[in-house]
Design a protein around this ligand. Sequence first.
Ligand code: NAD
Length: 366
Amino acid sequence: MRPRTRSSVPYLQRVLFATMLESSTEKPVIRVAVFSAQPHDKHFFNCVNQECFQSLHAELVFHTSPLSKETAALAGRCDAVCVFVNDCVDEDVLQLLLDQGVRGVFLRCAGFNNVDLKAAKKLGLFVARVPAYSPEAVAEFAVALILTLNRRTHRAYNRVREGNFDLSSLLGFNMHGKTVGIVGVGKIGLAAARIFKGFGCNLLAYDPYEVDEFKALGAYTTFENLLQQSDIVTLHCPLLVSTKHLISRASLMNLKWGAMLINTSRGGIIDTAAVIDALKSGQIGALGLDVYEKEAGLFFVDHSSDIIHDDVFQRLLTFPNVLVTGHQAFLTGEALTEIAETTLQNLQHFAHGTACSNALVGGDAI
Ligand code: NAD
């Protein structure tokens, strides 16, 4: 349920801002500090801003640094910040932003586990996200991880380039007839289910909220039964207090021996130390990760000349049956266009004081 209350001062600031936009002949520019900005963010946001949102007069100020207490000052003279999955948006950071005049936080992603929504509400800030963007982008990437791990195309690629045509250790299995367990059947889980159905897989799902669309493709079951029955388990639930370390030492005891585990959702859903032990014992037959619980500060940056100090992460990379990618499941042109469009639409609602259905805090019409 969307929180409805706001503290009065930022509310009045928003009213004032919206009124200025309406009455001024020369529209004020709304300045947005975009944190953790990668070249693809700059490209897609600038294109969409110039092509579709000229009347918004948004000035996007791109910063490669992630948002933190140390970098919050970069948002000085900005009305809003735009953040991504690993930016720190806790109470201290929100307070620092507000002190500089920032009134809106715009997530350019679906998950919002890194934002203290309670604090944002208390401070009267507006927070909005992009709840849906091309769920197929992430679902298809989960399938890419599965097929690569199964048929070892990553190893075959390297072998053939070195003139090694030996087929040993490349043995895979048919997807057809295998049971896939989907944890979290929301937009991405459903998109994944449709693809697996096309392969001829049997589908099981665990989700506290059941939808008819999945019932036409497979069967809902308990989390324990899903782990016991599935040859492949793929995680598509959000990171919440209730899903933190859902894959733990205890739950892994239920996993079918040698099953494949895939996580394209959020790193914190998996207890990495427990998963490493399960890989060592053979309980987990293969592991595909696009997310990692300590990915902040590691992913999205070229560390190829650095010493990586995270020994748990480094241990993961030593397994031949583990494939790790750096949070790239969303990275398609279609998804990036939709992310930029929805973020700028959210910004437009914020600037004009109109109701924003993607708001997590604030967002009622003023
Ligand atoms: P969604 O909100 O449409 O679906 C999430 C589903 O999880 C819902 O059906 C919900 O009922 C279910 N759920 C909630 N608690 C659960 C629990 N305890 N056990 C099982 N299911 C539970 O979200 P979505 O758009 O499908 O995205 C899912 C997640 O994927 C996001 O929260 C985000 O963390 C992640 N994601 C990752 C990338 C990436 O690039 N790797 C990109 C986008 C989203």
